[in-house]
Design a protein around this ligand. Structure first.
Ligand code: ATP
Ligand code: SF4
Length: 310
């Protein structure tokens, strides 16, 4: 079974200003065929987490990632590349639709991906299956990126990630910068691919998008996953004060004004040793000056002292 289990995952970048602790002690599990959303404000470590899973991090990662019952973070790079990257786990990178090469047709760019990741079988039928799976006409393959609309480009880059029929696709901000109609097309596409048994990890600021497609949700803050649970539980009964604030910041047509979260997130160059949300939390207590442990919830966990029942 291609279940994904992430345990105590941490990732660090080395910069001229020092070490950036972008992901710190993250745990979650995702069952085969299920989808997970990763939410949180900018620079909280969402993309870094995705890059750790596909092992394309320009930094160091530690901890455990189990996929397909194999420990994939510590296996030799050549083994991971040969058996997992793009074949079982692929990624739609943030802004990928804007990085399509303007001087090559869509088909040539698909062929390049196949060439890089080991072509097995008939390239034409692999490419044609992939483009059809995102509901694009095969005519699109002959076109250059500038001849496609934003929605067609985004579907083409998703098709690129699907070329080798992976079990898990990590999609980083796949709907950002698209208008609402095109966003709806991409969301419907993800839903239909899910029905075909594919798992998704969807990274986004947009909680409304996650509520549409995610079975599980992980909320990140300052490099920590502060809450993880079923979508229903996180949306209907958010526990962590950060999750609660994040949900209150979604504008509604007739409700109260959206709330904002005062203050700024902590620097990941020197992350605080206490609860990372302390300075912004309306419920802070003395005990919060320690790192909150993970307290179990019905479907996951929350990192907040409010749930300490000992
Ligand atoms: P966004 O929503 O804006 O994409 P994010 O939640 O995906 O943000 P990351 O891109 O994972 O956050 O960044 C987490 C932290 O790591 C940030 O402090 C960022 O500045 C830093 N970071 C990201 N990539 C690098 C890199 N290549 N080198 C050094 N630091 C990096
Ligand atoms: Fe707020 Fe304390 Fe919970 Fe941190 S641990 S989120 S400061 S209540």
């Amino acid at each position: 079974m291609d279940k994904l289990k992430v345990n105590s995952l941490s990732a660090v970048y080395t910069t001229s200003q020092g070490q950036v602790y972008a992901v710190d002690d993250v745990d979650f599990e995702l069952d085969d065929g299920k989808s997970m959303g990763i939410a949180g404000e900018s620079a909280c470590g969402k993309s870094t987490l995705g890059l750790c899973i596909i092992r394309m991090l320009p930094g160091k990662a530690s901890g455990k990632i189990i996929f397909d019952d194999k420990s994939i973070l510590d296996m030799p790079e050549s083994d991971f590349d040969e058996a997992y990257r793009w074949k079982k786990i692929s990624m739609v990178f943030q802004g990928a639709m804007n990085s399509l090469d303007p001087v090559f047709t869509v088909r040539d760019q698909f062929l390049e991906v196949l060439r890089q990741h080991g072509l097995e079988g008939d390239a034409n039928s692999i490419i044609s299956d992939a483009i059809k799976s995102v509901s694009l006409d095969e005519e699109v393959l002959k076109k250059y990126p500038h001849e496609l609309s934003g929605g067609m480009k985004q579907r083409a880059v998703i098709a690129m990630a699907l070329l080798l029929k992976p079990k898990l696709v990590i999609a980083d901000e796949p709907t950002t910068a698209l208008d609402v109609l095109i966003q709806a097309q991409v969301i419907n596409l993800i839903k239909s691919l899910k029905k075909q048994g594919m798992s998704f990890i969807l990274i986004t600021h947009d909680l409304a998008v996650l509520s549409e497609v995610a079975d599980m949700v992980g909320v990140m803050y300052g490099g920590h996953m502060v809450e993880f649970g079923s979508s229903e539980e996180v949306y209907l009964h958010p526990k962590h004060p950060y999750t609660q604030s994040l949900l209150k910041s979604i504008p509604t047509l007739h409700g109260d004004k959206p709330a904002y979260i005062r203050g700024t997130p902590p620097s990941l160059l020197e992350p605080p040793t206490q609860c990372r949300f302390l300075d912004r939390c309306p419920d802070a207590m003395d005990v919060c000056k320690k790192v909150p442990p993970k307290f179990k919830t019905a479907s996951g966990y929350v990192r907040c002292w409010l749930y300490d029942d000992t």
